[in-house]
Design a protein around this ligand. Structure first.
Ligand SMILES: Nc1ncnc2c1ncn2[C@@H]1O[C@H](COP(=O)(O)OP(=O)(O)OP(=O)(O)O)[C@@H](O)[C@H]1O
Length: 484
């Protein structure tokens, strides 16, 4: 048993070392260590030499199995996350190499700040959703599309006839997008990061509260698709809307829900990505984003943190590159609003600091809506919904709990419930349990109801993440410029 325990502890220590390597960006070393560790874990056999009797053998076996399965799951998760990070790092390198080759010289950035601050890794997977009247097939990037060659055109093949081939799926009419005026790495960038589409089956009913916002979105996005003949002339549908409110109030959630409910293609992009990721190519990316949105219409382009893109123009701190991206964005918004009425593109943006918005951009968002913190009813419903499926005691008074969470955002309320659900564990001394005892205790804890005391403890640990001053400023901006 002692030998087994020592070996297992050793595995944990090596796994921790591998994780540190991943955190430090030492991918290759971490990969080697993980591979070796996995081999060792798989081939490890429990020793029986130091077992005295059958009972102790069984206990140690259970203990062993419990930890081995935990360790294997941990290693697998670590390996998967490392692969993802590696892929992102490789994509960024290839993208950068391709751009350098393209321009013929290695950078000297005109905008050093923009170049030197890398954005966090962007999502790489992207799937196309079912659209009205047909299903857009999921993209299966071809071998060449996903390889370095697709990012970095070779001398012999600088520009393929249609770089979207193998990268972009046909639209619902079966047409292929002609991306011949774009380099394939730009198409890949938009396809892989900005054109990520929702696969969710969310509905507006999943959003708690926000009745007015849901109504406006229903009128602006869903109804014009269902009864286009009504939305003519003076009734032509709204084209752009900005949601302003504190963090964690469900702005992103509502964007996803309306895209899903209206069966629209969903493009989601953070403006930080646009303004800093691909210096010099950002304008092209914005252009392609809008072109693709029209091609796969009906579409919703969701821009998170629009303030980053649409900050006050002419500010001394504003970089030339950011200015160009913003100008392109304004041009594209106008294009989306006038020329392609039959190809519905709805631009939805979100911000926590609306007062930072450029005036020109603000005007283009015809609807400017304040997303408040959830009220008492909404908080109660959020608690009830979050707790659904988790055993809970009848003693819990949701009205009282809702009253105690005044000032919480929706995300804070969800966090409170999660903390309370986990607090069940703290009522028991699981630290002293081992092997079969621990397994049995955990099994019975699954059905142990969450009690008032768990919520009380959670309320000590979780508080509102919203700064009241920022929230007030947000509300004041909406009172001055808002339009429901
Ligand atoms: N009205 C709501 N209905 C249901 N869940 C909500 C609601 N508001 C917040 N939540 C919960 O909070 C989480 C965070 O919400 P979301 O990311 O949409 O907020 P956000 O306003 O976009 O935040 P940020 O400004 O930080 O991007 C959601 O995943 C959900 O669990």
């Amino acid at each position: 048993m002692i030998g087994d325990a020592q070996t297992i502890t050793g595995y944990f220590e090596r796994a921790q070392v591998a994780k540190t390597m991943v955190d430090d960006g030492r991918w290759s070393e971490a990969g080697d260590l993980l591979r070796q560790l996995l081999t060792d874990v798989r081939s490890y056999k429990i020793s029986t030499s130091n077992r005295e009797d059958v009972e102790s053998k069984n206990v140690s076996k259970l203990f062993f199995l419990h930890y081995m399965s935990f360790l294997q799951a941990f290693l697998k998760a670590l390996e998967a996350s490392m692969k993802l990070v590696l892929q992102n790092a490789r994509d960024e390198d290839e993208l950068h190499d391709a751009m350098t080759r393209q321009s013929g010289s290695p950078e000297p950035p005109a905008d050093p700040d923009v170049w030197s601050k890398p954005s966090p890794p962007l999502p790489t997977s992207s799937k196309y959703n079912a659209k009205k009247g047909g299903t857009v097939p999921k993209t299966q990037p071809s071998k060449s599309a996903s390889s370095a060659a697709s990012y970095a055109p070779s001398a012999a093949d600088t520009k393929p006839a249609n770089p979207s081939q193998g990268i972009l799926p046909p639209n619902s009419a079966g047409e292929s997008f002609d991306a011949s005026s774009y380099d394939s790495y730009i198409v890949q960038a938009v396809r892989g990061t900005m054109a990520t589409q929702t696969e969710n089956t969310m509905s507006l009913d999943d959003i708690i509260g926000m009745h007015d916002v849901k109504q406006v979105l229903h009128e602006a996005v869903t109804l014009p698709l269902l009864v286009p003949e009504f939305f003519r002339g003076l009734r032509s549908p709204w084209k752009a809307m900005v949601l302003a409110g504190p963090p964690g109030t469900g702005k992103t959630l509502i964007a996803r829900a309306i895209a899903s409910e209206s069966s629209s293609t969903f493009f989601t992009v953070s403006s930080t990505d646009l303004s800093s990721k691909w210096r010099g190519d950002s304008e092209k990316i914005v252009r392609l984003l809008f072109e693709l949105a029209r091609f796969y219409a009906p579409s919703i382009i969701f821009i998170d943190e629009i303030d980053t893109l649409g900050g006050q123009r002419g500010n001394s701190g504003e970089h030339e590159a950011s200015r160009r991206v913003k100008s392109e964005f304004l041009v594209q918004m106008d294009g989306a609003q006038h020329k392609f009425d039959e190809r519905r593109v709805f631009v939805l943006a979100a911000t926590n600091i609306p007062w930072e918005l450029d005036e020109a951009l603000r005007r283009r968002f015809e609807k400017r809506i304040f997303i408040p913190l959830p009220d008492l009813d909404a908080r109660k419903k959020l608690i009830e919904t979050s707790m659904m499926g988790t055993p809970q005691s009848n003693e819990i008074n949701y009205d009282e709990l809702a009253a105690k969470t005044e000032g919480f955002s929706g995300a804070d309320v969800v966090s409170l419930c999660r903390t309370a659900a986990i607090n069940v564990l703290r009522r028991y001394d699981t630290k002293s349990l081992r092997g079969g005892e621990l397994t049995a205790a955990m099994e019975s804890l699954k059905t142990e109801p969450v009690r008032n005391c768990d919520f009380e403890a959670a309320l000590q640990a979780v508080s509102s993440s919203v700064d009241p001053d920022t929230m007030l400023k947000c509300k004041e901006w909406c009172d001055s410029f808002g339009a429901m």
